[in-house]
Design a protein around this ligand. Structure first.
Ligand code: ZZB
Length: 260
């Protein structure tokens, strides 16, 4: 599974996370949350970034000036993919629980939300997949739409500010079957009421992937008007060239069903 890893630079730490890294990450160094995505072409629509509240993340030193927040498992994989300076060697400087990161403000490359997006909790993040960090595109990912809707509805319960989950959802891709906002359309159509409707969400994800990839037309960005199939590798390359992303692959393949 070939992912695009994206570098979301921390602009302002949540207090609990700031305390956890204090004295462990040098002042002036950049720290990045690093989600892995199969849909680089949707990055314009990022509205937040998810962590698993109960997942333990490491803060890994990449260079003197760069640190990544990811799972231990992802760091180990990256160490064998030429992402860290020394092959097979990881350098963990701190640990943070996902819940402590909630509220952190990060810069999301290509997102229309230029002031940054918030780190928010998602119960269904798998610690065993990708980097354990998931960037949220509610226009095109049914899981993300169901989660941000739930977060906004129960902001107090989740201990977040409602407005963190209510950033504008802009259209990234247009498809003949699902219009300008595939994920909200499919959530409505399949009567998805919460992130716990896992069966319908799985179906919605399959449908959104297929329609987006084969029928989608970019509705935003440098490749607006082009087919998703053509724009996808171009957006990916742009992110990599600009130093805002890199290739990351998952060694153990569990399912091979994607067009990514
Ligand atoms: C942004 C994005 C935009 C994604 C979209 C999807 C979609 P898959 O499809 O199951 O093989 N993801 C990545 N890591 C995790 C994790 N640890 N736990 C839970 N979800 C994770 O997985 C690939 C997608 O699952 C990734 O691509 C990521 O969300 C999420 F418009 O990144 B994606 C129709 C889907 N649309």
């Amino acid at each position: 599974q070939e992912y695009t890893a994206l570098k979301l630079k921390v602009k302002e730490w949540a207090p609990e996370a700031a305390a956890a890294i204090k004295g462990k990450v040098p002042e002036g160094a950049d720290v990045f949350f690093v989600p892995a995505t199969l849909r680089p072409e949707t990055m314009y629509g990022q509205t937040c970034c998810f962590v698993g509240p109960k997942i333990n993340y490491g803060v890994f030193k990449v260079t003197e000036k760069e640190y990544f927040v990811i799972t231990d498992r992802a760091a180990r994989n990256m160490a064998y993919q030429g992402i860290f300076p020394e092959n097979g060697v990881v350098n963990k400087v701190a640990e943070i629980l996902g819940s402590a990161c909630v509220g952190t403000l990060v810069n999301a490359p290509l997102s229309v939300h230029k002031d940054g997006v918030r780190i928010l909790p998602m119960e269904t993040v798998l610690p065993t997949k990708g980097t354990g960090v998931v960037t949220s595109v509610p226009s095109d990912s049914p899981d993300d739409f169901a989660t941000v809707t739930d977060l906004a509805k129960k902001a107090e319960y989740y201990g977040i500010k409602k407005e963190w989950a209510e950033l504008e959802i802009v259209s990234v891709i247009t498809t003949p079957s699902y219009g300008d906002l595939a994920a909200p359309f499919l959530c409505k159509k399949l009567k998805i009421a919460s992130p716990k409707d896992t069966k319908q969400l799985e179906e919605a994800k399959e449908l959104a992937y297929k329609e987006g990839f084969y029928q989608g037309i970019m509705n935003i960005g440098a490749f607006k008007g082009q087919k998703v199939e053509e724009a996808k590798p171009k957006v990916r390359q742009q992110l990599i060239t600009d130093g805002e992303g890199f290739a990351y692959s998952e060694p153990e393949k569990k399912v091979v069903s994607r067009s990514g």
